[in-house]
Design a protein around this ligand. Sequence first.
Ligand SMILES: [Zn+2]
Length: 415
Amino acid sequence: MNPTEANQTLIGPFSQILTMDNLPVAGPIADAQLQVLEQGGVLVQGEKIVKTGKYTQLHREAIEHKYKLELIREPMVLLPGLVDAHTHMCFAGSRANDYALRVAGKSYLEIARSGGGILDSVRKTREASVVELTELLKKRCDRHLAEGVTTCEVKSGYGLTVDDELKMLEVIGLVNRHHELDLVPTCLAAHMLPPEFTDANVYLEHVLSELLPEVLEQNLANRVDIFIEDTAFKEDAAISYLLAARDLGFDITVHADQFSTGGSRVAVEAGAVSADHLEASTEAEIALMQEAGTVATVLPGASLGLGMHYAPARQMLDGGLCLAIATDWNPGSAPMGDLLLQAALLGAAEKLTIAETLAAVTLRAARALNLTDRGKIAKGKLADMIAFPTDNYKEILYFQGKLKPKIIWKKGHRV
Ligand SMILES: [Zn+2]
């Protein structure tokens, strides 16, 4: 036996494998463009996929070379593991009071004045110990992984002091090292102006000089995010902050166009990998992002939580954008954190094809995180795969997120 072939495992047969391979990285996708391998199998070695193909063919090879067999005994559809490209999953406390006030018709400002809002999460996250925060994040990761999310971005942003932001990023790193779910940390110290500061420029200068060099030094994150909105940071302050962060070597992502436009223009000017939210984006913003190749990450969970309209996802795809869908999992506007369910609801409302919705939570979501080693079932990619108990891939979104994956592989290992 060729030693490079040792320890290969054949997994299958699957009723269908959606490889998500050979799809355009941006713009519309018809379901006919999906590569659907009927009665397929996957050869895995270590963390990676070696080959996909017809199960009968691969089975002959496996017997000949004495590969291990991992037999799938019921009808299953295989998909790449889901990628959640935008979350605030590291937090302490609940904002159920905010929710009660919001559905009773109270405004954002009234809720903030009654002790709610982002600063409430900041207070509770600052008070929480590393052990407490780690435990909370770990439990959320357990749930995400069980629901098929194998890679997940997690932001800081409830610390808003140098020490508390570092604490959050350390917690994210700690959980990443000990959990099978891959976490991608992002520094969101520019989530909002902390109570200790009155001037946004002074605060952002402080973050640039005191926090970001430490984040690099300790290798805690290579992405920087900012919330651009009149209630958070304005465009002028944001652009100089982001350009300076980029000069330090960070990838840029932006909370943009949630309630008003302007953020996506900053994202484009700063060379951001992605602009996220985009509920308020119009044709003009879409054209800017298309020209710059900025990934549009939309967050239906926040629309659901706030009772507002979705981002114009159909228009974005027709305008040639790379569309990713993420949960925005956070204690305020998006506590649900169910990626598949939210993607299915958005797809139905915005008339996205099944191919477009599934691409937005796999390969295109990986692109939003600048990750090229996952998001499709193809040679050389990580063996992050999820199997749904059905023989028809169309049922995955048809059941609106209630059909969950039954088997999950992370880096070739069954979890
Ligand atoms: Zn967010």
